[in-house]
Design a protein around this ligand. Structure first.
Ligand code: ZN
Length: 425
């Protein structure tokens, strides 16, 4: 492990040594892999031309004319694809089997959490994820805004971030929950009623939120039964307030009623959706709302609680997830790809895609489209997710054919973001 870290650091010294003082990396580079996945389909014998931070030509080798003196990078045996897009991360969290969520929120200092997050950001990028939608700092206030700035300024390596900042919860619904006699810091911002909600949404946007995350249901009370949180009126007001400032809202929701209210309010995606019914998924489809199922988080959490996967019988919660996912797929709800990474290790983002293939019967091609062109469409990122002239030069090359075998996504050999190489063969 140590050797690998040193190698990665050595590779990173290149672009970052220059980033502060001069234009980073090569300005023009022609990539000639065995095949190109363009966000939709795989093409053998294609090449990709990068000039500065953009793609300028994508197509059959013979049709891509490179300027004289261009740097040529041959990538035999590799498939080149758009930089992957993580749909649901928490860079300020680390796996719960290392430290419980309660202890991370209550006992870890902001400085410790941010220091960890810089490492998480680097691991995410080097795993081929050049964009991440980060859905809440879980008690670390607006640290995601600063983290995003540090990445954008080239101070630390990391993915392009869409940040939600603190997230919104109804008073009393979230955690940590300790003694009733003590009000402890919460993992998200409490807001209620017309004035409170409008102020909180505007405050988060003003501090840098690219989108608003709301918890439409959660574990109420000491025994934690999951019930809706915000009223329909409150949720609709959150969406209206965000939308009038050009931001979308995403909802954590697992109960049919929490999901229904979020759908009617007009959120962009529903996160988790474990208790979704065929009727609720039909309503989602009708309203054009995507589901980000986060199967990897549930799978990891069940194992943290003692499930020996493949040996013990499947826990009820996972069985329910299979039932609801089958219903969502049958109805044809659009699926975003996001694992709730942070619950499990950053850099292990491909775990969601592997599970969707191994346990939920999606094809490698389906999950690959979800993580590229699909997420780009759902998150309104028109400048990425496909390979075409004019789009961002965010690229990943993996050994083998990920459209046939999702395991190829673990064989990352090249990562480029905005024309800068962070990893190369
Ligand atoms: Zn989450």
């Amino acid at each position: 492990m140590k050797k690998l870290t040193l190698l990665v650091l050595a590779l990173l010294t290149g672009p970052f040594g220059h980033a502060q003082s001069q234009a980073p990396g090569p300005t023009t580079i022609l990539l000639r892999p065995a095949a190109v996945f363009d966000g939709q389909d795989r093409h053998e014998g294609w090449a990709v031309l990068v000039e500065n931070s953009k793609l300028t030509a994508v197509g059959p080798v013979a049709q891509v004319t490179a300027p004289p003196g261009v740097r040529i990078l041959d990538l035999p045996g590799l498939t080149l694809l758009p930089g992957l897009i993580e749909g649901h991360s928490h860079l300020l969290l680390h796996p719960y089997n290392e430290t419980s969520w309660n202890d991370q929120v209550l006992l870890e200092s902001q400085a410790l959490r941010v220091a960890r997050a810089t490492v998480h950001a680097e691991r995410t990028l080097l795993a081929g994820f050049t964009t991440a939608r980060d859905l809440g700092t879980e008690g670390a206030d607006y640290a995601d805004v600063g983290l995003k700035s540090a990445i954008d300024q080239g101070i630390i390596p990391g993915p392009r971030l869409l940040v939600a900042t603190r997230a919104l919860v109804a008073t009393g619904s979230y955690g940590p929950k300790l003694s009733v006699d003590e009000d402890v810091p919460q993992g998200a911002q409490e807001a209620d009623g017309v004035d409170g909600i409008i102020r909180a949404v505007r405050e988060q946007m003003g501090k840098g939120a690219d989108l608003i995350k709301v918890y439409a249901d959660y574990h109420w009370g000491p025994n934690g039964t999951t019930q809706p949180t915000f009223s329909q009126e409150e949720l609709s007001l959150i969406v209206q307030t965000a939308r009038s400032a050009g931001r979308g809202v995403v909802a954590h929701a697992v109960t049919p009623e929490g999901m229904r209210r979020a759908i009617l309010a007009g959120v962009e995606t529903i996160e988790h959706g474990d208790g979704g019914t065929p009727e609720i998924f039909a309503l989602m489809k009708q309203h054009g709302i995507a589901l980000c199922p986060t199967v990897a988080a549930g799978d990891a959490s069940a194992q943290y609680k003692g499930w020996h996967k493949g040996i013990d019988s499947v826990p009820l919660r996972i069985q329910q997830k299979h039932t609801s996912m089958a219903a969502a797929v049958k109805v044809g709800v659009a699926l975003a790809m996001g694992g709730d990474v942070g619950v499990f290790a950053h850099g292990d983002n491909a775990r969601e895609m592997e599970l969707l293939v191994s346990d939920y019967q999606l094809s490698p091609l389906q999950v690959l489209r979800q993580a590229t062109s699909g997420n780009a469409r759902i998150f309104h990122l028109a400048d990425r997710g496909h390979l075409a002239p004019g789009l961002l030069a965010d690229l990943v090359a993996v050994a083998g054919d990920p459209t046939q075998d999702v395991a190829a996504l673990r064989q990352v050999r090249l990562v480029m973001k905005g024309g800068v190489l962070y990893r190369q063969p």
